[in-house]
Design a protein around this ligand. Structure first.
Ligand code: ADP
Ligand code: ASP
Ligand code: MG
Length: 437
């Protein structure tokens, strides 16, 4: 069995939904994970935002325009009057449900309920469309099996047992449809796996079912050598090791959500990145490949802030780094990149929520300099220094015309990170793409 996940653009119009349905049916008896139609989750976020601000007319306007959009989708997707009225009732019910949150004080739990509606609608549309064309499609309601523990980690035992039970109870199904992104938290309340989290859903489902393959279908033919939104002449990478994919996802390659790699890697399930609009393209296969000594791709993470901390004493005293890390830890702030010298250390963070408090605390044992608006440029591949190759020299040389604030290599065999100013990001990415590939 395979898991096929389709992102927002892949199901972004009635035409695309029909196309995805055909793709899925050609692929066999698999589990299909869907995102909300493109733009929907953003609109739902906007509705919640209006409600938090007490702007009920603003919320109503967004609800109404989304409602109109879906009326158009239903009218286009379903031919028979019967199907149309059944689906219309379902979709209208969902929007009436959202509208009821315009009354009374708006809560975080209600926001989660609203955010869940995008995936609930897209999967209902797909299920009913497939049934309308005569397919025995069965819904696996994510809210009945996808669950997180206290702290937000997935409850794999619960997920596995409930998902398997749901599948076993429908032995005659041709295909299963389920929602990405949404889940319940440890209190049983509706929650989600964060923006872009449908990739994570697919990976968790793949792990729970011990799938043969997890396919992430999107709007591009696999992981490219650089981010095509900023870089010219990128090309798809045919094979990536799990570790390489994890580095790229973490350091900003949006095609893959950073959380998606781990469950697949732990269960050794290959992940294939494929293009919905060009299904015949080879895409990218992510698996446990043997080392091949090549540079695969470059990603960028921004904005990040660099914090240079010099020790209060002359030499890097024992316990200094411990104090530095402890300070960031006290404020639940993750460090992405670091470089050390005899007298100090520079680290980067992307979450600056507690920056002022962190700086205050550091000032009790060192001096601090902050460089905001920086970008981590991350060169990824099988870059083991024992391969005897000039990876670091090539990466640094490609950026010879730009000021580089910081360099990090050797934290793993898979990445060389360089910190440059955010304003140099596009130039840096293009230079690396030109010189490395
Ligand atoms: P989906 O809605 O299907 O989840 P996303 O928008 O999350 O799709 O991810 C696909 C997008 O990721 C592509 O359209 C592309 O612009 C972007 N992207 C960023 N970096 C890369 C990369 N290195 N290779 C391919 N796509 C990338
Ligand atoms: N619909 C959600 C989002 O837009 C989840 C996803 O697409 O992965 O973030
Ligand atoms: Mg995505």
């Amino acid at each position: 069995m395979k898991i096929l996940k389709f992102g927002g653009t892949s199901v972004g119009s009635p035409e695309r939904i029909r196309h995805v349905a055909r793709l899925c049916l050609d692929s066999g008896r698999n589990v299909v994970v869907l995102s909300a139609m493109s733009g929907t989750t953003n609109s739902l976020v906007e509705i919640a935002d209006y409600l938090y601000k007490g702007n009920v007319p603003g919320a109503q306007e967004t609800i109404n325009s989304l409602r109109q959009k879906y009326r158009g989708v239903v009218a286009d997707l379903f031919d028979s009057e019967d199907d149309r009225s059944q689906v219309t009732e379902l979709v209208e019910h969902r929007f009436n449900y959202i509208s009821q949150f315009t009354e009374g004080e708006f809560t975080a739990a209600e926001e989660k309920e609203i955010l869940a509606c995008g995936e609930l609608i897209s999967t209902a549309l797909m299920l009913l469309y497939m049934r309308a064309i005569g397919v025995r499609a069965v819904m696996l309601p994510a809210l009945d099996y996808m669950r997180t523990l206290e702290g937000g980690e997935p409850d794999m035992k619960y997920i596995t047992s409930h998902l398997r039970r749901l599948i076993d109870s429908e032995p005659d199904a041709d295909i299963w449809i389920t929602q990405g992104y949404i889940c319940r938290n440890c209190h049983g309340e509706v929650d989600n796996l964060r923006r872009g989290g449908s990739d994570y859903s697919a990976s968790l489902i793949g792990a729970a079912l011990n799938a043969d393959e997890i396919q992430i279908w999107t709007d591009i033919d696999g992981m490219h050598t650089g981010d095509p939104r900023y870089v010219n002449n990128t090309r798809p990478v045919s094979r990536l090791h799990f570790e390489e994919a994890a580095e790229l996802a973490y350091f900003g390659a949006k095609i893959l959500h950073p959380t998606c790699v781990l469950p697949a890697k732990l269960h050794n399930i290959p992940v294939r990145l494929l293009n919905t609009m060009q299904p015949e393209a080879q895409g990218t296969l992510i698996a446990n490949f043997p080392p091949d000594g090549t540079i695969k791709a470059v990603a960028a993470k921004d904005p990040v802030t660099a914090i240079k901390i010099k020790s209060g004493r002359m030499l890097l005293a024992y316990g200094f780094l411990h104090k530095v890390f402890e300070t960031f830890d006290n404020y639940n702030t993750a460090i992405d990149m670091m470089a050390t010298s005899e007298v100090g250390v520079t680290v980067t963070i992307d979450n600056t929520e507690h920056l002022a408090d962190i700086i205050d605390e550091i000032k009790t044992f060192g001096t601090v300099t902050v460089d905001p608006d920086m970008v981590i440029i991350c060169v990824v591949g099988d870059l083991d220094w024992k391969n005897g190759k000039d990876y670091a020299a090539r990466a640094v040389d490609a950026l010879r015309e730009l000021p580089v604030r910081m360099i990090s290599y050797g934290g793993s065999n898979y990445n060389i990170s360089m910190l440059v100013r955010a304003e140099d990001k596009i130039k840096a990415l293009n230079l690396l793409n030109e010189k490395l590939f």
